[in-house]
Design a protein around this ligand. Structure first.
Ligand code: 5GP
Length: 145
C-alpha cells in the first residue's frame, strides 16, 4: 500500500479499538491504547495507537494526535524500562508497505533490547497469550500515574 490513500475501518487495530478483536492491553485512556504485539520482536514488545484518529501513518496524522501518541509512548516505555530492565529500548514507526508497515492505522512500536539477544523478525512468530498477559501485568504495574 502506498503512502497515500484512504483509511480502512476494517484494519485489525480499528477492530481492537472497537472491541471486535481481543488485545492484551497495557494502558488505555480516552485518546490512546497500548497493547502487546502478538508477534513480538522481543519480550515486552508493545504497540501504542490512537483510538480516535483515522490516520494511517505519520504523514497524515494530526499534530495533536502525534502529541498524544508520543506522550503515550514515553509513558509506556518508562514502564517497560522499570518493569523489564532492558539494556535499551527501540522505538519505531513505519510508513507505507515498502517501509515495513503491515497495519495501516498509525502506531508506534516499543521494543526492549538486551545485550546479546538478537532482534526477532518483524510480524512473525505468534506469542503465547498467557505470557503476554503476564508481561502486560508487569508493565501496567510499573506505569506512573
Ligand atoms: P507494522 O508492520 O504495521 O509496523 O506493525 C504492525 C504490528 O502489528 C506488527 O508488529 C505485528 O506483529 C502486529 N500485529 C499484527 N496483527 C496483530 C494482532 O492481531 N494483534 C496484535 N496485538 N498485534 C498484531
Amino acid at each position: 500500500m502506498s503512502l497515500d490513500g484512504a483509511y480502512d475501518d476494517g484494519n485489525i487495530f480499528a477492530k481492537i479499538v472497537r472491541g471486535e478483536m481481543p488485545a492484551v492491553k497495557v494502558y488505555e485512556d480516552a485518546e490512546i491504547l497500548a497493547f502487546m504485539d502478538v508477534f513480538p520482536q522481543a519480550k515486552g514488545h508493545v504497540l501504542v495507537i490512537s483510538k480516535t484518529s483515522k490516520a494511517r501513518n505519520l504523514l497524515d496524522a494530526e499534530p495533536k494526535t502525534l502529541g498524544r501518541v508520543i506522550g503515550g509512548v514515553q509513558k509506556v516505555a518508562r514502564a517497560v524500562n522499570a518493569a523489564l530492565k532492558p539494556d535499551g529500548i527501540v522505538v519505531t514507526q513505519f510508513n507505507g508497505a515498502p517501509a515495513g508497515q503491515t497495519v495501516f492505522h498509525l502506531h508506534v512500536h516499543i521494543i526492549p533490547r538486551w545485550e546479546g539477544v538478537p532482534l526477532g523478525r518483524h510480524a512473525e512468530g505468534m506469542a503465547d497469550v498467557e505470557e503476554l498477559k503476564a508481561l502486560a501485568a508487569q508493565i501496567s504495574a510499573a506505569l506512573e500515574s
